[in-house]
Structures are given as C-alpha cells and as structure tokens.
Design a protein around this ligand. Structure first.
Ligand SMILES: N[C@@H](CCC(=O)N[C@@H](CS)C(=O)NCC(=O)O)C(=O)O
Length: 423
C-alpha cells in the first residue's frame, strides 16, 4: 500500500508518522522536492489540505491532515499495533498523553518560541505565561517519568513518539540546558528516546539549544491584545537578524538628541554614577547625601514605575530576566538616565517597581518610542517636596530591605554595568 507524505523530512510533525512507520514496518514515501511555501500553495495541494498546512498523508482511500491524526492512522495500519498499548486502559493513557503533549507541551513551547521568530506578536507578559504553563506541564511530566521509563506501559507507544517529536523542536530551538535541568527525568527520557534507532533514523542527531533566540520583532502590540494563532514550525531559513528589537536599517546621519540641546545642568550624570558605584560603605551618608547635593530638578526628573501585570510574575527567574531585558533595551538611554529596578516579594506573584532619573523634566520621548517595555509600566513623577516620596527614592537607591514591608528578590541598576554596593 503506497502512503505518500507531503512535508519536508525535517518537520517534527511529519516525523511523528515517519517514526510510527518505522515501528510498524510500513513504508511512507515523502513527496519529492517538497518546498515549504511553494508546494503547499498549489491548487492540488489545497484540495487535500484546506488550510494549506503540512503534513498531509495521501492514502489509497483518501488523504488525512493533522500530524497526530496521521500518526494514529499510520500506527493503526498494522492490526494490534503495540503502539496503542496492550489494553483498553493503556490505549486511554496513550491518547491522554497525546492530548497533553499537544496542548500543554507543544502549545506552550510554540507560544514561547514562535513569537521570537516573528510568528505572532512578541509580548513579554504572554511569553511569561507560556513559560510558566510549560514549566507546570514539564513538572507533571517529570513526576510521571520519575517512576516510568515510558509514558505508557513497558515499551514505546505512540505517546512516546508524539511527545518526543514535540519536545524535539523545543530542545533544538529554545529549551537550553539551564531550563531543562529542572526536569531531570524529562531530560533522561528525551535523550533515551531520541537515541532509539527508529527515532534517530528519522530525527537525526539533536543538539540542544545553547541560548534562547532573541526576538526578531521590533515592538509588541498592546499588552492586552489576544494572542495570534501559532504555527507549528519556525521558519527554516530565517535571515540572521540583529540584536533584540533592532532591525537592519540603512545607516542615516545621526540627528542630535534634543536632550543634548537642553541648558547645561549642574548635575553631571557620570559623577553620580561614579559616586554610586564607588560607595562601598555608609551608603546613606555618602551616596544618598551626594545624590541630593547633586540633584538638579531643573535639568533632571525622578520617576517611579510600577509593572502593570504583576499577577503574571509567577516565576522568579523569568521575572528577573524580564527586568534584565528591559534594562538591556534601555541601553540607548545610557547617557541620559540612571535607574533602579526592584523585584519585590518572597512568594509569587512578584512585584516589579523602579526608580528612574531622566535628563529633562519629562520621560524622554525617544525612550518611550523605542523601548516597548515602557508601556508595560505605570509611570508617576516623584514629588521630592513630599518627604515620604523622597524617602522612597532613597530606599530604592539603597535597595532598602524590607521594601514596603516585603523582602527583595532582586535589585538591578541601570546601566547594568553599574554595580550596586548598597546594603
Ligand atoms: N496542527 C497541525 C499543524 C500544522 C502546521 O502548522 N504546519 C505548518 C508547518 S509545521 C505549516 O504547514 N505552515 C504553513 C502555513 O501556515 O501556511 C499539525 O499538527 O499537523
């Protein structure tokens, strides 16, 4: 019986059927010279795949789309295939893990990975939810695998094939060792599976991602926009992109920053930064006193910021990374700003609050325009004539703990190169 699969051989969704075919001793032919974006757009192809998506399996009796359906079909071609387990309850468990792997594992890997490749909107709070939900799923999987070699029963089933293929794109593209080491049984399981001859023949050698890919899109949409539908595979031949949020542009003569045209100020930002990082002891006496001696309310302004979506800060390292990402993107303001960002609380959800000193009496417009994180925070100017607000500024500068009655999980300075010596 001739089974023809429309897909490239490296598509992880196609691999599900190809591995199942290896286990069942079935031959599947891949369409020759399949070209993604071309072969799946022809009128003939659209007749067998109404969405124009791959993989699609052609059988002598008709065609099947959706990779899990195709894999089930291939697994069923062999009567009584062990790929569905050895009893009705095992069959139930195979399907249970198949659904779990599609919705909880693959779905969340996709929601983390694809926006970073420019598929869908790259929105840090949405990404954070995807990572937290993925971790919850991997925790559950890890627990199951702590006492099971396979997902179901005592041999490989379709559940292992589908789970491993779904994990494979994650391991290759975004799940770095520092992320997966929290799930040692998932790691052991994944590497055991991909080294089975029937898997490695199809998946080839897998190298774990060494870093999380930088997002290619310049700005996310408004934070509360609904997520766009996800694709299953990132583009294969992405042109290399530059750093986060920066797209290639022809070099233009650099216009002068309007902040450089402001009347000179008695406050020299670099002097303050030097004082801040050189003060090793008696921070209150030296740095804080020095700050207020230097501070020029005509040439600078002080701002408090509060993250708008603290409820989503459920994972400590993700919250800290989010703040670091913000500070990296602020680098374009290095000449005109000093900042402190605090991650507050000892239990999730963590609060993120900050203090910023900006050149000029407003938050500089170029920062608002260029750094998308700015709109993820509520901004209010600090009134330094109000003693309580002035004290709050001091506490943020010195990483005062407790801060507003809570422990500090993390404190970061802007620029990131500044080291806080505050205690
Ligand atoms: N749920 C589908 C997803 C299929 C899918 O998204 N395929 C991608 C490639 S992996 C595709 O064909 N994209 C082309 C498009 O969106 O036009 C499955 O598992 O088969």
């Amino acid at each position: 019986m001739a089974l023809i699969l429309h897909s490239s051989s490296t598509n992880k969704n196609a691999c599900k059927a190809l591995i199942a075919a290896e286990y069942n001793g079935i031959k599947i032919e891949l369409v020759k010279d399949f070209q993604m974006g071309v072969s799946n757009k022809t009128p003939e192809f659209l007749k067998i795949s109404p969405f124009g998506k791959v993989p699609v399996l052609e059988t002598p009796d008709g065609s099947v789309f959706e990779s899990n359906a195709i894999a089930r079909y291939v697994a069923k071609v062999k009567p009584d295939s062990p790929l569905f387990g050895s009893s009705l309850i095992e069959y139930g468990h195979v399907e249970q893990w198949n659904d779990f792997s599609a919705t909880e594992v693959d779905g969340n890997i996709g929601r983390w990975l694809y926006p970073r490749f420019g598929y869908g909107v790259y929105l840090p709070p949405a990404e954070e939810v995807a990572i937290a939900t993925l971790k919850r799923a991997l925790d559950a999987l890890n627990l199951h695998l702590a006492s099971n070699t396979f997902l179901v029963g005592h041999s490989i089933t379709l559940a292992d094939i589908i789970m491993t293929c779904n994990l494979s794109i994650g391991f290759k593209m975004i799940l770095t060792k520092s992320f997966t080491k929290e799930f040692p049984h998932v790691e052991r399981y994944f590497w055991t599976m991909v080294n089975q001859p029937n898997f490695s023949k199809i998946l080839g050698e897998i190298k774990q991602a060494e870093s999380v890919p930088a997002p290619t899109s310049k700005k996310p949409a408004q934070p509360k926009e609904p997520a766009t539908p996800q694709r299953e595979e990132p583009p294969k031949k992405e042109e290399p992109k530059s750093e986060v949020g920066e797209e290639e542009e022809a070099p233009k003569p650099k216009p002068k920053n309007p902040l450089d045209l402001l009347p000179p100020s008695k406050m020299i930002l670099d002097e303050w930064k030097r004082l801040y990082s050189n003060t090793k002891t008696n921070f209150q006496e030296f740095a804080i006193k020095g700050f207020w001696d230097m501070y020029d309310p005509e040439g600078y302004s002080l701002w408090f910021c509060d993250y708008k979506y603290n409820d989503e800060n459920t994972v400590s390292f993700v919250t800290s990374n989010k703040v670091s990402g913000f500070l990296q993107r602020m680098d374009l303001a290095r000449k005109y700003a000093f900042g402190k960002m605090l991650v507050i609380g000892s239990q999730p959800p963590f609060k993120v609050k900050g203090l910023w000193l900006f050149r000029g009496k407003e938050i500089p417009k170029f920062i608002m325009d260029e750094v998308y994180d700015m709109e993820l925070y509520e901004w209010r100017e600090a009134d330094i004539n109000d003693e309580a607000q002035k004290e709050r500024v001091n506490q943020m500068i010195v990483d005062h703990e407790p801060f507003e009655g809570e422990d500090l999980l993390d404190a970061k300075c802007f620029p990131l190169s500044l080291v806080s010596s505050a205690t």
